[in-house]
Write a protein that binds this ligand. Structure first.
Ligand code: ATP
Ligand code: MG
Length: 217
């Protein structure tokens, strides 16, 4: 991952589980910003989800690998998982910058919801010094509604802060976990191998046993 003016997308997330909203966003960023690669980084323990029950990192890693296998531009990194503890974006960006050197341009990709508290991120100004930020549209989160302090923060960083329109996918991992718990279908919300993995590993307190095909409902 070295070389002159390489453009690397960084898609961080809990990915519990990874779904088409994540994939469409990463692909949109790749295409729009001419990225050579998008690196998916399943988090260790996310700072904003400290109290929430998060699935084992190995399950989240496996599902991310399964979901990205068929896209030659997508890769999965164990950086945050292997580092353990709470995953702060700044630590990841510093590690990647050190590993890749100054020639690689970093593009940190997030959904619009993540921007709402970006000003309170650990060392948020340094994050922007290390990487461009790409904020993708996400149904239910309008950047028009940003609080004033965040607006000012975005305005200060506008040269490194990019908006990205992606096809609207009103999907969240929270909703998918709930659907699985209640025995509802998640087909076409996650890639098929991810659905099979969820069924086989019996993630998310499934209400129903898997069907004979391994992909119930
Ligand atoms: P949860 O409901 O558990 O918070 P999530 O669906 O928000 O899960 P995360 O792993 O928290 O998924 O999100 C990782 C990144 O992907 C975040 O930057 C988030 O904003 C973005 N993202 C998630 N879902 C979508 C979506 N449907 N459209 C656009 N961006 C999304
Ligand atoms: Mg989320």
């Amino acid at each position: 991952m070295t070389g002159k003016s390489k453009r690397l997308g960084i898609m961080g997330g809990t990915f519990d589980p990874i779904h088409y909203g994540h994939l469409v966003t990463a692909e949109g960023a790749r295409y729009t910003f001419g990225l050579d690669q998008v690196l998916f980084l399943p988090s260790g323990r996310p700072p904003h989800k400290r109290d929430a029950q998060v699935s084992d990192a190995e399950h989240r890693y496996m599902m991310t690998v399964l979901a990205t296998l068929t896209n030659p531009y997508f890769e999965v990194s164990r950086l945050e998982i292997d580092r353990g503890g709470i995953s702060y974006t700044i630590d990841t960006l510093r590690a990647l910058r050190e590993q890749l050197g100054p020639e690689t341009e970093l593009f940190f990709i997030t959904g619009a919801d993540a921007i709402f508290d970006i000003a309170s991120w650990k060392d948020s100004d340094e994050c922007l010094a290390l990487a461009h930020f790409v904020a993708a549209t996400r149904p239910g989160f309008s950047l028009e509604d940003l609080p004033e302090s965040t607006r000012q923060w975005v305005a200060r960083h506008q040269e490194r802060f990019h908006m990205l329109q992606v096809p609207a996918m009103a999907i969240s991992s929270t909703e998918i976990r709930q659907r699985v718990r209640e025995g509802c279908s998640i087909r076409y919300l996650v890639p098929e191998p991810v659905e099979h993995y969820i069924r086989r590993q019996r993630l998310y307190n499934q209400a129903l046993p898997p069907s004979r095909s391994g992909a119930a409902n």
